[in-house]
Ligand binder design. Structure first.
Ligand SMILES: [Zn+2]
Length: 89
């Protein structure tokens, strides 16, 4: 059963959970919602356990340049939990 996201895509893109949390210079920052093509580790720990995101899952994806290219995947299940816990909406 795929996870059903609780909000519209624009909500996830507007509230960037990581944007206020940077203490380093980054450049070429981009975020978008993508469907994964292979398994990735979720960078959220809102479900309290580190977990993998199976391929074919829609996720919040970020990439930037910081010494070298970096990217992260954040599953919408964790994202929804984050929004709920922080009463962002
Ligand atoms: Zn997750």
């Amino acid at each position: 059963m795929p996870y059903i996201q609780k909000h519209k895509d624009a909500v996830y893109l507007d509230i960037n959970p990581f944007s206020g949390d940077r203490d380093v210079d980054i450049s070429h920052y981009k975020c978008k919602l993508v469907t994964t093509r292979k398994e990735h580790v979720c960078c959220g720990n809102y479900l309290k356990t580190q977990h993998n995101i199976p391929s074919g899952t829609k996720v919040f994806f970020e990439k930037a340049f910081l010494d070298g290219p970096v990217s992260s995947y954040f599953c919408l299940k964790c994202y929804d939990k984050y929004l709920e816990d922080n009463e962002v909406l």
